[in-house]
Design a protein around this ligand. Sequence first.
Ligand code: ATP
Ligand code: MG
Length: 397
Amino acid sequence: MFKAFLIKYGEIGIKGKNRHLFEDALVRQIKYALKPVDGEFQISKEQGRIYIEALTDYDYDETVESLQHVFGIVGICPVVLTEEEGFDKLAADVVSYVDKRYPDKHKTFKVNTRRARKSYPIPSMEVNAALGERILKAFPEMTVDVHNPDILLNIEIRAKIIIYSEVIPGPGGMPVGTNGKGMLLLSGGIDSPVAGYMIAKRGVKIDAVYFHAPPYTSERAKQKVVDLARIVAKYTGPIYLKVVNFTDIQMYIYEKCPHDELTIIMRRYMMRIAEHFARETESLGLITGESIGQVASQTMQSLASTDEVCTMPVYRPLIGFDKQEIVELSKKIGTFETSILPYEDCCTIFVAKHPVTKPSLKVIRRSETHLKEQIEEMVKTAIETTETIIVKWQEEA
Ligand code: ATP
Ligand code: MG
């Protein structure tokens, strides 16, 4: 029944000269989202509106589902487009729309006309009344309710006339690419993919870095991270994933430092390396999935100690979330099932039974001096041998 969609987007933050940047980014992300969908589409911008028209047969459900992954979209409205050919033709189209869309006619309705093209000869209020009359005549079971109608029938009179009554919610946020880039520390867990989603939702493009420790962590553990990145990429567009071999660094810290400080010191080296790549790829901040108090390495003291080695801001969008809230979000965005696959994580392998929960910066700094120059070499090697994987939601057809 529908061959076109009207895309509604938020107005906040897109006033003035930034507006076209926002719209162009939104169009780009819509194109990316629709690329794997069956069908051919034409996307156009017109006076604060974005339209998607299907040029061929297409899969409706798949189209809507894909658009629900585009940040910046507030509403997806399946619309019927008609040419302006006089009021009788419009009334016939509207009656036919109601007939097809609502097989059960025991409903209340209201007509809401917007005349964006002021040259249209009939004022909006009169169009509302006249269309209401035609609908009532065609379907006597229907009644008008102007306050709380079951069906709000929207008629927009523009170059063409647009009829719609349904607004499917989009994810909100801002189009990816309108707010710079961030480097996500992506592990195989539940939290970090959600953290990436949250920051990307605000328009930030995402790169990612994963620290693995072969042979202690397997190829399958790495594949799990790639799979998680792919799910996030459905929202963000392609993700450049850096896979860092962290084994030597981890072993060396294990050998030289107190075991109860291992996680903190490891985390500090992860941050240093992540920041190196962030700078190299012009990211403006680091992103982690930490939340206060979740584990020993996420107390206020531990977070302060990881932050100390960073010069860039560290964004922790889950900082105030309970685990259950994060789990719910991960289910909503589709990463949960992959996150709970039981592959080992590089941090759990050497982990101490009783890690420090209130690390003192002085103590940690002193422990790190045991690592001497050798650690610098190891960091250099880890950076040089890093593999970059371009992760896309789907290979281009
Ligand atoms: P997650 O579910 O994201 O793994 P977690 O609760 O297991 O989180 P930690 O293992 O303490 O928490 O990790 C805290 C954060 O540090 C993660 O959210 C992630 O951003 C980062 N991180 C941890 N391990 C790795 C890793 N192997 N590679 C990249 N980043 C990591
Ligand atoms: Mg983890």
